[in-house]
Design a binder for this molecule. Sequence first.
Ligand SMILES: Cc1cc2nc3c(=O)[nH]c(=O)nc-3n(C[C@H](O)[C@H](O)[C@H](O)COP(=O)(O)OP(=O)(O)OC[C@H]3O[C@@H](n4cnc5c(N)ncnc54)[C@H](O)[C@@H]3O)c2cc1C
Length: 273
Amino acid sequence: MKAAAFDYRSAGSVAEAVALLAEGETRVLAGGQSLGPSMNLRLARPQRLVDVKRVAELRDVAADDAVCRLGAGWTHAEIEDGAMADFSQGMLAQVAHGIAYRAVRNRGTLGGSLAHADPAADWVNTVVALGGTLVVQGPSGQRRVASEDFMLGAFTTALSGDEVLVAVELPRLGAQARWGYHKLCRKTGEFAKAIGVAVLDPGSGLARVLAGAVEGKPVTLPQTAERLREGGPAAALALLPEEAEARLAHLAPNERALRVVAVRRAIEAMAEG
Ligand SMILES: Cc1cc2nc3c(=O)[nH]c(=O)nc-3n(C[C@H](O)[C@H](O)[C@H](O)COP(=O)(O)OP(=O)(O)OC[C@H]3O[C@@H](n4cnc5c(N)ncnc54)[C@H](O)[C@@H]3O)c2cc1C
């Protein structure tokens, strides 16, 4: 099946894209790796696409000692290849490397993945695990949304129809920081069956543990994270099953077990790293 007929516009700026979105019946086109298949299957039938690939603002990078702001238009492949200075102790490059296969990574973008909000998507879970903030622009200017509040459920976000996701702000991880990311999938390049993430940065006090690919929003495990900060990986692993049982109660036992395995492996990878 092919997409229904649509109009196409290429925006030169975020403001231009927002103005076109405000006219209605228009969707942002970034890498097209999710929107394209949705349109071909006629799950999405926008009357017009506004292509943001040429918008320079979406490729800005700004960093200070604490926070790095990455434009939404960077592709997975560019992040994998280290096109911008690393501020994550290698975490973003490794996560990017695990997304799909190279042809998808060449076109798919950070912002497109977050806006699409597939629960099993790697950036969706990574950005929440790092406690990031999303920068969104609409007709009345920019607003910032905490990553935990951005995804409302599967394929649903806090973006309104006339807003563009402009950038993501992530903490700079210090030299002492440790992280682990584990994606359970049957074949390399597949969407995850389960995701586990653990991050510990003694310099800033950041400690986060997350179970992902959970049908809806990623689920953070704050008590396990606190144990990680206070007692290290072994203490965190001892508490993990109990907290997972409570916070992942909505999952069937076998599905919950998969997330526990993914988180455990993430914590173990962090300890070994
Ligand atoms: C075969 C295959 C395997 C894949 N495997 C994985 C995987 O293992 N892990 C993974 O994480 N992902 C995977 N993906 C998804 C891939 O990462 C996509 O690139 C991503 O989901 C969408 O990014 P995009 O830039 O292509 O967005 P598009 O497809 O262009 O857009 C997706 C949605 O986001 C909206 N949008 C895009 N950019 C913005 C913006 N800046 N502001 C507001 N709205 C915006 C669009 O309107 C659309 O609704 C896979 C895709 C394919 C085709």
